[in-house]
Design a protein around this ligand. Sequence first.
Ligand SMILES: Cc1cc2nc3c(=O)[nH]c(=O)nc-3n(C[C@H](O)[C@H](O)[C@H](O)COP(=O)(O)O)c2cc1C
Length: 343
Amino acid sequence: MTRVVFASADPNSSDIRAVEVDMSTDLGTLELPAPVLTASGCAAAGKELDQFFDITELGAIVTKSVMLKPRSGRATPRMAETPSGMLNSIGLQGPGIDQFIEHDLAWLAQRGARTIVSIAGGSVDEYAKLAQRLRNVPGVAGLEVNISCPNVENRGQVFACHAGTAAQVVQAVKRFADPKMPILAKLSPDVTDIAEIADAVVRAGATGISVMNTTLGMVIDLDSMRPALAGVTGGLSGPAIRPIAVRCVWQIRQALPHIPILGMGGIRSGEDALQFILAGANAVSIGTVIFNDPSAPLRIQEELAQALAIRGFTSVSEAVSFAHRSATAEVGVEVSEEDQDGQ
Ligand SMILES: Cc1cc2nc3c(=O)[nH]c(=O)nc-3n(C[C@H](O)[C@H](O)[C@H](O)COP(=O)(O)O)c2cc1C
């Protein structure tokens, strides 16, 4: 329970109220004491953040996607600023699974943080090997399968962009992971029908959905008159993508009413996080904002408790998907396809 003290919304009242909000939530079998997590790639393995706040107070740490072998990532420059966001093409730099288990995971386990390990591969077989390598390793609360990776065996096509390849990866992970391990498939927004991909990965064995990864973007540097990133294109993140992410959560929740959803994309405040929860997310991840405010995850968690209390919620679970329920109850009419796209 989190105690929240706030002033009455009535401008004529000087009332100060104190209420308790139950911040616990779950992603299926993965029970979390709090609904705010870090986003993969934005907080490494949590060690640096632990200097700013107690990382065990968050729901969980989602680690940077790890691959089988060490990787130096893409050539520089690999970051560019954009209006209300940033573009990155880090290229999954990392120590490889063995070093990761020995150093990062061991540290997280000893620190007592719940850890969701993000895995990434260039082939279905690589994902399977990672899942197998992580079997029976202490300190793994769940797997997040980053399928926004190019398939080296198929002209670099991104796994997440096709229902078939997305499902193949998840099926392989499911087959080789611990049988009870929660498996979140992390989806890309760069698809025509996000609900179709979500449905395919759930049928393949995902126990939940993480959404969304960055969306593909590009910046031209006007001095060199060439692409600003050495990798030419990069992933756009930050507040610029928030409405896309909220829309993805909404559409997946509509299609799959009971699947656990971890929502993310441009969250900078508790009120931003609340949008995701009302749209259907059971928990949220915090990414880009960490680069300019390392204390953001815990601040956002506290702000979320306040945002819930002010609106009369006494728990996170009461608020999950609330926008769907109230949309049906208050509008009471079917919204036609034509009305939905705003054109
Ligand atoms: C620098 C950077 C590195 C990232 N690395 C990963 C990664 O390794 N694996 C992954 O699944 N997502 C990665 N992401 C995507 C984030 O986890 C998140 O899905 C996305 O940035 C949207 O959230 P945000 O706008 O709050 O950052 C990365 C994002 C950034 C900005």
